[in-house]
Design a protein around this ligand. Structure first.
Ligand code: HEC
Ligand code: HEC
Length: 386
């Protein structure tokens, strides 16, 4: 095979030899497809510099794909492959990620929509999958070339990549990297594991589960725009009870989340640190009106994915509900977790004041909303419900 291998001179000798060998061009093992390769890569520590972590380290498949390792940051944020670095944002579930649209500016809404990460800085799942390996606070590989080399050096990976994407990918580092991204993204679009729609809510839509009175009341409250504002932001489809509802419109808002003093102290950030949110996304071209806005998270499995918000500032789901109500209810004076009055928004100027307006909620209504959020837990994760 006369493929020109431009990856690096280091590669050339071994590569040509190997490409000629049968083992790298035979048919993939039966049924092996891009999603399966993506799954292998997802669980593979060779993509991290010290070999300490894979994607699943921070996105645990047994726990709704969040990071449940104990750490000095009380799990508000995740520990990197170097076993000393911490990021500044809470690790999201990647469940239902296939439904997030590509990052774009919606001309009708005059708003940014979609993208991966809290600030949408990855266009889509492909682009997202390439970020953690090169993030110094996560998997810590120095560059794409070093990742491509690791993939090449593993006989299994190089064989599968060649079989599924063609020997031509080895001509350029970028095409090796893009193939890896594509495989991981394809895995993340698998429905069985990553978008199972197996919660009690889903079962109730199929007539396989009967909501309790409290759950039904919570559901009604959640979707009734005259009573709450939740569905203005946490509803994708216009019709209620759409069978693929993901509970996010994938738009960006500043809902006044306070800065997380504990995290700031832990990460030794400046005391007045503000997370820019959407402004960190290069595609918004430095538009300061986007500062402090974050992507609306899905509410599927939210009852088992504490702590909450982009900075993990709240531990309990109920606190999130009380926090949202405090904008409208003068009785909600104290944050039950700190026993202090609610702190100011981390960043004020872009606060979504009008969008946060709603009728005040009673304690009983908070109970109902909480009960509703709990039934959005997929069956596999119900064991983690408190
Ligand atoms: C060290 C922990 C860590 C590792 C390792 C890690 N992630 Fe993440 N992941 C995070 C954090 C933290 C965020 C949120 C970061 C942000 O928004 O800035 C995130 C966000 C995501 C998102 C976006 C979800 C959304 O709703 O927007 C996806 C998808 C994702 N990760 C997939 C992966 C894949 C695939 C890998 C492996 C290639 C991986 N992650 C490795 C911590 C990690
Ligand atoms: C104006 C849009 C908007 C409204 C209205 C709204 N939310 Fe949210 N919600 C968001 C955004 C944006 C975040 C993430 C904010 C952040 O981290 O800075 C969020 C976060 C959450 C979280 C935490 C999720 C996580 O994984 O950390 C829960 C739970 C939640 N909302 C439930 C609700 C409920 C219930 C209602 C109605 C009572 C509601 N929201 C109303 C936009 C909204």
């Amino acid at each position: 095979m006369r493929t020109v291998l431009a990856i690096s001179s280091l590669f050339i000798a071994t590569s040509l030899q190997a490409l000629e060998s049968e083992s790298r061009t035979e048919l993939p093992p039966q049924g092996m497809d891009k999603a399966m390769l993506g799954q292998i890569l997802f669980f593979d520590k060779t993509l991290s510099f010290h070999g300490n972590q894979n994607c699943a380290t921070c996105h645990n498949q047994d726990h709704a794909f969040i990071d449940v390792r104990d750490n000095s940051a009380e799990r508000m944020v995740s520990l990197g492959d170097d076993l000393k670095s911490f990021g500044k944002r809470n690790t999201q579930t990647m469940l239902y990620g296939r439904y997030v649209p590509e990052f774009h500016f919606d001309e009708k809404l005059k708003e940014y929509v979609g993208g991966q990460f809290w600030d949408g800085r990855a266009l889509n799942l492909q682009e997202q999958a390439g970020k953690p390996p090169l993030d110094p606070l996560e998997m810590g590989m120095p560059d794409q070339l070093s990742v491509a080399k690791r993939l090449w050096q593993s006989p299994m990976h190089s064989r599968l990549l060649t079989q599924l994407y063609g020997a031509g990918i080895w001509e350029k580092v970028e095409t090796v990297y893009a193939s890896m991204e594509d495989a991981i993204a394809t895995f993340q679009k698998e429905k069985r594991l990553l978008a199972p729609f197996s919660s009690k809510y889903d079962k109730s839509l199929k007539g396989e589960y009967q909501l309790t009175d409290l759950e039904q009341q919570g559901k009604t409250l959640f979707f009734d725009k005259n009573q709450t504002n939740c569905s203005n932001c946490h509803q994708l489809h216009t019709e209620v009870d759409h069978k693929e509802e993901t509970f996010s419109n994938y738009r960006y808002y500043n809902i006044g989340v306070p800065s997380n003093k504990k995290l700031i102290a832990h990460n030794q950030l400046p005391e007045d640190f503000i997370d820019n949110g959407l402004l960190d996304n290069p595609r918004v071209n430095g538009d300061v009106n986007q500062k402090g806005k974050f992507k609306v998270p899905t509410l599927r499995n939210v009852a088992v994915t504490a702590p909450y918000m982009h900075n993990g500032v709240f531990n309990e789901l109920r606190t999130v509900l009380l926090f949202l109500d405090h904008f409208n209810n003068p009785e909600r004076k104290l944050n039950p977790e700190t026993k202090q009055v609610w702190s100011e928004a981390e960043y004020h100027p872009t606060l979504a004041k009008d969008d946060l307006k709603a009728k005040p909620l009673t304690d009983q209504e908070i109970d109902a909303l909480e009960a509703f959020l709990k039934i959005l837990t997929d069956e596999r994760y119900e064991k983690w419900l408190k």
